[in-house]
Design a protein around this ligand. Structure first.
Ligand SMILES: N[C@@H](CCC(=O)N[C@@H](CS)C(=O)NCC(=O)O)C(=O)O
Length: 346
């Protein structure tokens, strides 16, 4: 009996590696569709300099746009294989739920309610933001506390903005007059026309609006108050584990690359000459990084080579040398006191 048990265990031990070997993820529905179409359909905001906007050369640019391009580089081999679909705040989630887009990369906040009630899932934060207030310098206010009761505040509906403002007002006895609009275009026109005293939205959008849309930016100031957490990032439909992991790890790969000092300029050389097995695996000169996602081993190399690491994407689109002139702040790497932290790509 013990000999039979021993033989059975021995056979099982021999079979174990075959049983335990990770099964390459078969192309799930979304990856299959994107590959068949040979184009990634990406939902963006449009008209938001720094995040998603069409330049005079007809080229899309922005932080949200670059993460669309990074996904295209990873799964289709080419950053250019993206169709950008502009969506306003109200249309963004129905478009994702209906499968009109493969990924939503549109200054959208990750919240519990959205993730647990809308059949969508958020993956990784690409920009840690918070809700703030833009006003005229002539108001003489540095913060909300300096303003008189009844201050008129413009905002866009179908966003986190409205509820945050209501909660803040309740908790801080802020007496204000709400001036809601269904679209930011209308809200912006009303604000610059003086039909409200303040405009409230994510601070990154206020910087974009002040520095690229205000008649004279120096006449406007972003108040010191930040009344919410707005972790902005990509979202996908529920139910396609492989697609969620692909988009999530594309974001993490850009953060990990910055931490490892890999960028679009040195990725090629590092792929050839790096001695660190972690770098070799990340860039595909050692096998293994594609298997679990159903991708080849060069997906990270293409993302970094064609689009860049997180630091490059940030500085190119919203950093100090851009119209938005934003510091890294919370979006610095954890090693520099920020929140950008990627689980290890190993
Ligand atoms: N991050 C917030 C706000 C995002 C948002 O949609 N912001 C507005 C205000 S600037 C916007 O982009 N509006 C464009 C539009 O709907 O016209 C959210 O996810 O709800």
């Amino acid at each position: 009996m013990s000999r039979i048990i021993f033989q059975a265990l021995f056979i099982f031990a021999c079979l174990l590696p075959a049983i335990a070997r990770p099964v390459p993820a078969a192309a799930g529905p979304t990856l299959e569709t994107v590959k068949e179409r040979d184009v990634l359909r990406c939902g963006v905001r449009g008209g938001l300099v720094g995040f998603s906007d069409i330049g005079v050369n007809g080229e899309w640019s922005g932080l949200d746009v670059d993460f669309c391009r990074a996904v295209a580089a990873a799964v289709l081999g080419d950053r250019k294989k993206v169709e950008f679909i502009p969506l306003n705040a109200a249309a963004r989630f129905p478009a994702l739920q209906a499968g009109e887009i493969d990924v939503l990369s549109r200054n959208t906040t990750w919240t519990f309610t959205r993730e647990t009630t809308m059949g969508i899932e958020f993956l990784a934060t690409t920009y840690y933001d918070g809700q703030g207030f833009l006003g005229r310098v002539s108001l003489g206010a540095k913060s909300l506390g300096d303003l008189k009761p009844g201050v008129r505040i413009c905002f866009t509906t179908s966003t986190t903005t409205e509820k945050n403002l209501a909660n803040y007002a309740l908790n801080n006895d802020l007496q204000f007059t709400a001036v809601p609009f269904n679209s930011t275009n209308e809200a912006r026109v009303a604000f610059f026309a003086g039909r409200c005293d303040l405009f409230t939205a994510d601070q990154s959008q206020l910087a974009s609006m002040r520095n690229t849309e205000a008649p004279n930016p120096d006449d406007y100031v972003i108040l010191s108050d930040i009344i919410s957490k707005e972790p902005l990032g990509p979202a996908v439909r529920d139910g396609d584990q492989q697609w969620r992991e692909i988009v999530q790890w594309v974001v993490f790969a850009t953060i990990e690359a910055e931490e490892m000092g890999i960028d679009s300029a040195n990725a090629e050389a590092l792929r050839k000459d790096a001695s660190d097995p972690a770098v070799q695996t990340m860039l595909g000169s050692l096998p293994g990084i594609g298997k679990g996602l159903g991708l080849d081993d060069e997906w990270v190399f293409r993302v970094i080579r064609q689009v860049g690491n997180y630091g490059q994407i940030f500085e190119r689109n919203v950093g100090v040398d851009t119209a938005l002139a934003l510091e890294r702040g919370l979006n610095a790497l954890w090693t520099n006191g920020g929140l950008m932290y990627a689980p290890p790509l190993r």
